[in-house]
Design a protein. Structure first.
Length: 351
């Protein structure tokens, strides 16, 4: 099957994407207002990274099969049907989410499976530029605040400071009250770090099991880093309250949490690299077109001797082994060739 023109699929993608922007414009113009929320300040960088990944991963368009076009149309129809359902019940956030599968359907319809294979993951990451639904936010804030308060209180007690928990407040030894409010719940850290872990899974070139481990550890790492920030503020309260209050909402505190979270990810990847040995790490090298491997022990008799690349040396005579010295080798040929003559008459024949 002949490859299609490489320009035409890109033109179709551009036209259909422009139509999608026109259709979703009322919800797209609301995104900057969501990004003003401290919990979703990272939202503006998500489409920037998506565009960079699409440009970085682009590949030639292969043959576009009828099944690919049918699947693309089906994905578009399903997205619009879900959008109509959400509009009927005024589910605003899910209505905005449907932009992502609709855009994936455009790429599948215009470029076929070959374009969809390298574009679906960057397009799916666009979901992180939207805020969480209000119901999810309400259900997450309370448990996150409780977990952050409990972990921070136990940590302060472990390092030897007087602290006890009263609801979502930490009462310090000198009577200072450290309140774990909604902003301290860790939801901001959770949304940012989950997106960061997803980006690492996309560009890291890791194995599937490594990506699975990173995805499973993203939420616990975010919670640990948020508890570390609250604990640090609690320690500062014991020295000077003004410094603690300034550090609580400062940019260095946010950068410290992010660096700590990235450090946990790097440490996790390092541990995983030691736990599992892949085929690329096997002690096998290709040198000058020949395969050489590490020396392996070969069992001869009752002892183990390493294999060598050259010929195996001859064992010394018994006499020399007893004295510990090798006999001198005489010069000249070691063997003498003699002509074989037929037996004479009368000689005893061997047989």
């Amino acid at each position: 099957m002949r490859l299609p023109d490489q320009r035409l699929p890109l033109v179709v993608v551009g036209v259909l994407t422009a139509l999608l922007f026109y259709s979703y414009w009322p919800s797209l113009v609301q995104l900057p207002s969501f990004w003003d929320n401290p919990q979703y300040q990272h939202g503006w960088i998500v489409p920037v990274f998506t565009c960079l990944l699409l440009f970085w991963w682009r590949k030639p368009v292969g043959p576009i099969t009828p099944t690919a076009r049918a699947a693309g149309i089906g994905l578009l129809v399903a997205s619009f049907a879900l959008r109509l359902f959400c509009a009927s019940y005024r589910i605003v956030t899910i209505d905005m989410y449907t932009f992502v599968p609709a855009l994936m359907g455009v790429f599948l319809l215009a470029g076929g499976w070959s374009m969809f294979r390298w574009s679906w993951a960057p397009l799916a990451s666009l979901i992180f530029m939207y805020p969480l639904p209000d119901e999810a936010t309400r259900y997450l804030l309370g448990p996150l605040q409780t977990v952050a308060t409990i972990v921070s209180t136990y940590t302060l007690q472990t390092i030897g400071l007087d602290a006890y928990r009263d609801g979502n407040r930490i009462i310090l030894g000198d009577g200072q009250v450290l309140g774990v409010v909604d902003a301290c719940s860790g939801l901001k850290m959770l949304t940012i770090f989950v997106w960061l872990a997803a980006m690492l899974m996309l560009v890291g070139g890791l194995e599937w099991w490594e990506n699975l481990a990173i995805a499973a550890s993203a939420i616990p790492i975010a919670l640990i880093c948020n508890a570390f920030r609250i604990t640090t503020v609690g320690v500062m309260y014991n020295y000077k309250m003004s410094i603690a209050e300034h550090f609580h909402d400062s940019t260095p505190a946010a950068m410290l949490m992010m660096l700590l979270a990235v450090g946990f990810l790097v440490l996790e990847m390092k541990i995983l690299s030691y736990l599992v040995v892949t085929e690329d790490m096997a002690p096998t090298m290709m040198t000058s077109g020949q395969r050489t491997s590490a020396p392996l022990p070969a069992r001869t008799g009752s002892a183990f001797q390493p294999l060598t690349a050259g010929p195996r040396p001859m064992a010394p005579p018994a006499a020399s082994r007893q004295t510990g010295a090798f006999p001198s080798i005489p010069s000249g040929n070691l063997t003498e060739s003699r002509p074989i003559s037929p037996p004479r008459d009368g000689d005893e024949k061997l047989g």
